[in-house]
Design a protein around this ligand. Structure first.
Ligand SMILES: [Zn+2]
Length: 145
């Protein structure tokens, strides 16, 4: 078992995750979708609710980057420093992406040698196509949300 500590840049959000072994043995996902590419995020899929938060869990702000309700998940970020903490499926969701798991942004973990991570490219961009800048905002305005 190896425990890794993580926090946002300003330290409002602090947590640990415990893995069965080293993080360098795990597959880390590098997604090229319109959101993840902008965040330079790297994910480890981690059992939901097993991250231990010491501060800031409820302070995190949410952003829903997709208009497709079947793929709905919320991206969580720090309201003070803007650090992107990772995603969580929107529950309940029959077609939720990886039910029972959340995506922890490995970029927020301390003492990680990024050159040693075993990266897997998730080619989401080819699967779902390019997104239209501004379309999300226009649709949300129509819905009045
Ligand atoms: Zn912060």
């Amino acid at each position: 078992m190896t425990t890794y500590s993580g926090n946002c840049h300003c330290g409002l959000i602090k947590y640990t995750i415990t893995l069965p072994g080293s993080i360098y043995e795990q597959t880390i996902t590098s997604c090229n979708c319109s959101w993840c590419a902008r965040q330079a995020a790297l994910f480890i899929y981690f059992p939901k609710k097993e991250a231990k938060y010491f501060s800031g869990e409820d302070d995190r702000k949410s952003y829903n980057a997709t208009l497709d309700p079947a793929r709905a998940f919320k991206h969580k970020f720090c309201p003070q420093c803007g650090s992107y903490m990772g995603w969580q499926s929107t529950e309940p969701q029959p077609a939720a992406f990886l039910p029972g798991f959340e995506g922890i942004n490995v970029r927020m973990l301390n003492d990680i040698d990024f050159s040693k991570l075993k990266l897997k490219l998730e080619d989401t961009r080819s699967k779902y196509g390019e997104y239209e800048v501004g379309k999300w905002y226009e649709e949300k305005e129509k819905e009045g949300t």
